[in-house]
Every structure is written in structure tokens, then in C-alpha cells.
Design a protein around this ligand. Structure first.
Ligand SMILES: [Zn+2]
Length: 221
């Protein structure tokens, strides 16, 4: 049965919809509330993203851009970007409060690493402007979009980190989560556009922490 974000096929029932979704009732699930993180001297993030062509797809659960667009370094570890997508509102919360949206940069490597960006309303976002004509229903839909994910990152790369899961079925665990503290901004118009594809939202609610550690870069929790 196809999963969804509400009712009988919504997040509370994902684990029951298909034996392959059993991990959705696991103990290391994402997203979470990031409140209470322990301040620590964390490895600096080293974005090694590159300009690359991306393919925009509507997965039925989100708008995703498949893009082999370089790497993210964290200490000795290197992860290769494979796709990014977004959720509205945000999935991770702080003190129970969600942001307007959350962008997930998904990387492969020894384990899957997701770099998450909180999105709030403010200045117009040039990266989103580059993407817009290629979104479903727009003038260049179906054509590849040339992007460099470096252009999406805020200047301050302080982050929260913890071990979690995919936030959609099959909810596989063992993911390395990196959530930047500094949000990126979009204009009101850009937010309305981002929300238009899934007007009822596509965010999984926060899951129990179950004793996991959350760390946050020095520079303020
Ligand atoms: Zn996601």
C-alpha cells in the first residue's frame, strides 16, 4: 500500500503498511527535536561541491533533483552527493518549533549522510531562482538544470549531528545526520512555489530520541 502523510497511510502507520517498512518503528528514527544538544568541538564541514547537471523528478512524495554534484568532507570522511529534495514544513524542530521548509542533500559513502538546511522566509534565494524554471509545470520542466550546491549553503557551517534514519519509508537507519544551525532564506513567493506541489505538507513528525546523543558545533547551542 502506498504511504502518505495523513490518515490510515500516514506516518503513524508506515511500519504496518509493508513488511519492508518495519524500520519505521525502529529506535533510531528521524527527524527529531534537536533541543538539548551537547556542545562539542566537531570536525569542520568541507563542501567540495561542483557545477553539475541535475534531473528534477516528482517522486509523488517530494520534488527531488538527482545530481552527481561533488562531495561533502567531514574530517577524514568523504560523501558523494547523489540528490537533494525538500520538505514543508521542516521535519527537524528546535524546542518544538518547525521552520517553513527543510532541504536534504543526500550523500552516499561508507554510510548515507544527509546535510539538512532549515529554510525560513527572508531574502530571495538565487539558487532557487535557478531551479525554478525546471520545476514541474514550468517553462523548462524536463530539461536538466545546472547547479552548484555550494551556492545554496549559508556562510556559517556550524551544525547539529546525530545518528538517525531516512524520514520516508523504508526508514532505513544508520544515517549520519548533519543539520546546519543557520537557516537559508527564500522569499514569500518562493516559499509559496515550493509548497505548491504538496500543499498539505510532506514532513514526518519528530520521532523519539531514545537516548541518542545529539552534538552541536561550538559557537552556541
Ligand atoms: Zn528528506
Amino acid at each position: 500500500m502506498k504511504w502518505s502523510y495523513e490518515g490510515a497511510t500516514g506516518p503513524d502507520h508506515w511500519a504496518d503498511l509493508d513488511p519492508c517498512y518495519a524500520a519505521c518503528r525502529g529506535t533510531w528514527q528521524s527527524p527529531i527535536d534537536l533541543t538539548g544538544a551537547t556542545v562539542r568541538d566537531l570536525d569542520r564541514l568541507e563542501p567540495g561541491y561542483q557545477t553539475a547537471p541535475g534531473e528534477v523528478v516528482n517522486t509523488g512524495a517530494n520534488i527531488r533533483v538527482n545530481i552527481l554534484g561533488g562531495t561533502l568532507g567531514i574530517g577524514e570522511d568523504r560523501y558523494a552527493l547523489v540528490q537533494f529534495h525538500y520538505h514543508t514544513p521542516s521535519e527537524h524542530v528546535v524546542d518544538g518549533v518547525a521552520c517553513e521548509a527543510e532541504i536534504h542533500l543526500v550523500h552516499g559513502g561508507e554510510r548515507t549522510a544527509v546535510l539538512g538546511l532549515f529554510v525560513e522566509v527572508g531574502d530571495e534565494n538565487a539558487f532557487i531562482n535557478t531551479l525554478t524554471p525546471h520545476l514541474p509545470g514550468h517553462e523548462r520542466a524536463g530539461e536538466p538544470v545546472t547547479l552548484d550546491l555550494t551556492d545554496l549553503l549559508p556562510d556559517n557551517l556550524d551544525y547539529f549531528t546525530y545518528d538517525g534514519s531516512l524520514t520516508t519509508p523504508p526508514c532505513d537507519e544508520g544515517l549520519r545526520w548533519i543539520m546546519l544551525k543557520t537557516p537559508v532564506t527564500v522569499s514569500d513567493e518562493q516559499l509559496a512555489l515550493l509548497k505548491s506541489f504538496f500543499p498539505d505538507g510532506n514532513a514526518r513528525p519528530p520521532q523519539p530520541l531514545n537516548g541518542r546523543a545529539i552534538y552541536v558545533s561550538k559557537g552556541g547551542a
